[in-house]
Design a protein around this ligand. Sequence first.
Ligand code: KDO
Length: 334
Amino acid sequence: MNAFFLRLAPAALLCSLLATALHHTAWAQSKTVLRISSPAVPQDWHARMWTVFKESLDASAPGEFDVQIYLNSSLFKQAAEPAAMARGNLELSTVSAADLSRQVPFFSVFTAGYVLRDVPHQQKVFNGPIGEDGFKQVSERMGIKVLATAYLGTRQLVLREPRSVKTPVDLKGIKLRMPASKEWLFLGESLGATATPLSFGEVYMGLKTGTIDAQDNPLPTVRAARFYEVSRQVVLTGHLVDALFIAISQKTWDSLKPAQQAKVQQAAQAAARYNNDNRLQEETQILDFLKQQGLSISTPDVAAFRQQVTGAYKASDISKSWPPGLLERIQAVR
Ligand code: KDO
């Protein structure tokens, strides 16, 4: 290279670097940002599924989306996500039946204990005409759109200290932590305990310090959030076959091109499948893990719990808000 070109080389390099940087900035700016907020701990399947969502979109729509995942309620508080999505302040999250039931009483039925029999029943209900009816109401009334149903797991009771629990009477006086909403608290009371509201992020400390005596969650979550370190007993009540709905802000959804909507929907379904497969698999082995950690596993009189819980709902104001015939429609799904 002659002297002339050698003098030009640094300038040319600078120009090319600048051009690349500008190109990247423009590229980044043209990407649609999808922020995800979840209370889940990183090890839990419904946290890890968001990576599947991101990878799926990066593969199907390269360069079109900037997916940002915020776990441990680091972006929005637990249960604040639906309102944030409705306002357009958040793009995606998972929402519970309790979150939906405030504006869409249809979902209140799914906050009740012993309504859904098992996972196939849950999936058939939400992936069939009943789910379609409910999700349509969510779109119309809440400014969010449900993209897929994830199985959160079957909720069991987990106690800080061992105790003989056969029927609901045995839970009398037990401070059972529940998520902070009227639907969750009613579920806790219907089990015979004294329901105490606390956000998910505070459960570990609550168990450790004894401000609560028990909490209920699916067992894979007990492992992922390390609640087993501060618990002594699992009582297999199986009172709620719990779901989480992957949802997107309607504003975000409407801003996407039809081809992008299809890719986002597919990515959400892939994420839910990943969560469901792994969680189901883990649920088959989790009791061994918990026993190894020193917890005792007890089986109560589930029929007695079912009877008490079902009766409590029937007699409550909560069930008065349920659309007539919906419970029977759900029960008829086989
Ligand atoms: C909980 O707070 O117990 C709960 O299991 C309720 C669910 O609806 C969901 O919010 C979940 O926490 C979080 O995703 C943390 O796993």
